[in-house]
Design a protein around this ligand. Structure first.
Ligand SMILES: [Zn+2]
Length: 388
């Protein structure tokens, strides 16, 4: 059968236009975003561990050519004092996904997003705030901003703020555990995600992947492959900022751009949100809820990113030992935090999947709490199936 490439192109364009541009923006976002049933959890502030970093930070630290990073992230490692670290850094650098600004977005910027934002390309690490008609600023909790690990303000200790990053405080609609011990992966999609997908397929395990907008637009095919294999795609912001240090508008920008990247790639609106560094308090929750989303935390942190810095003295064996111990003491229940942006943490994830949890049944986050997978899914254009 012969195809006329020009007609095919017209057909693709028409199918994109018919599925994307015909609906108004607020329809695309969903008009009943707040109509979700929160899952109630007991408040056990001391049973959780927060993380203070992520593999992305190791990348920032190791990336000596940091011209493409925002100013606040420009940190040059003191290589002279740590010759061993230096060797390690070079090995790891080969495994890192290229930095967002050095690796241009692959995903075309959709027309519906141009129509709405007036922009023509995906933003850098500091996305612009675009006003949204369904966000009511009067409904945003008025709480002080704080930097990571700066928790001295007494209000952060109180239930008024309910800070997870400072005091492991969880709210009624936070998800932080699961009836079956289950892995979750942050910071992708990355080229290394594919190795994880293969391993998950072998054991018929469905997982939850909390993705970064900047990575989605650079590796859209990995995102599509992940979702086509039945994994749940959650949001992990646009560019991995510590949200409690941002203004309300900056937080909204981090969330909206991440949703747009997911929508443009996966034709859906995410329900589940993992705050980078576990950075969440009631100010951020009150924004997140207006998007109809819920935060997903964890009750076991593998601290897999610590392997990447030699000075932490943490390796694969330490992680396996800790997970095994958690599995026993927590009676095979819980939500495990891992990362799929870097090969070494992906390998750890596969080892945990195959040899610690031994391929036993795991649940996705929505299955853990009996919730929905996405706020809304849109019909995919025909060409999508060909490329997925
Ligand atoms: Zn992260």
């Amino acid at each position: 059968m012969k195809f006329n490439p020009f007609l095919l192109l017209i057909y693709h364009l028409l199918s994109i236009v018919s599925t994307l541009s015909t609906q108004s923006y607020s329809k695309r976002f969903g008009s009943r975003l707040s109509a979700f049933t929160p899952k109630l959890f007991n408040f056990h502030p001391n049973e959780h561990q927060t993380t203070s970093s992520s593999p992305l930070d190791s990348f920032k630290l190791l990336n000596t050519n940091s011209d493409d990073l925002p100013i606040e992230n420009k940190q040059i490692p003191n290589i002279d004092n740590h010759s061993k670290d230096n060797t390690n850094a070079i090995i790891q650098l080969n495994e890192m996904p290229p930095s967002p600004m050095r690796f241009p977005p692959k995903l075309p910027f959709p027309q519906w997003l141009t129509d709405f934002t007036g922009l023509k390309e995906w933003p850098d690490l500091n996305p612009p705030y675009i006003p949204l008609d369904f966000i009511n600023f009067n409904k945003i909790d008025d709480l002080p901003l704080h930097q990571q690990a700066q928790c001295s303000n007494p209000i952060l200790r109180s239930p008024i703020a309910c800070s997870f990053d400072c005091f492991n405080c969880v709210e009624f609609d936070d998800v932080y555990t699961c009836s079956k011990i289950s892995q979750t992966f942050d910071d992708g999609p990355s080229p290394h995600t594919r190795k994880l997908l293969k391993a998950l397929k072998k054991t018929n395990t469905k997982t939850t992947l909390f993705t970064l907008g900047v990575n989605i637009v650079r590796f859209p095919e990995v995102y599509q492959e992940s979702m086509s294999q039945g994994h749940i795609m959650g949001s992990h912001t646009w560019s991995h900022k510590f949200l409690p240090s941002l203004t309300n508008q900056e937080i909204i920008a981090q969330i909206e751009w991440s949703i747009w990247a997911m929508n443009a790639t996966g034709y859906h609106l995410p329900k589940w949100f993992r705050p980078p560094y576990g950075g969440i308090d009631n100010r951020i929750r009150s924004i997140l809820r207006q998007f109809g989303m819920q935060s997903v935390l964890w009750d076991f942190d593998t601290f897999d990113w610590k392997m990447l810095d030699y000075s932490n003295n943490r390796n694969e064996q330490d992680i396996f030992k800790d997970v095994l111990n958690f599995k026993k003491t927590n009676q095979n229940k819980g939500l495990i935090l891992e990362h799929d942006a870097i090969l070494r943490t992906v390998d750890v994830g596969i080892e945990i999947l195959d040899h610690i949890l031994m391929g036993q049944e795991q649940l996705t986050v929505p299955k853990c709490v009996g919730g929905i997978d996405y706020i809304k899914t849109f019909e995919r254009p025909k060409h999508y199936l060909a490329t997925a």
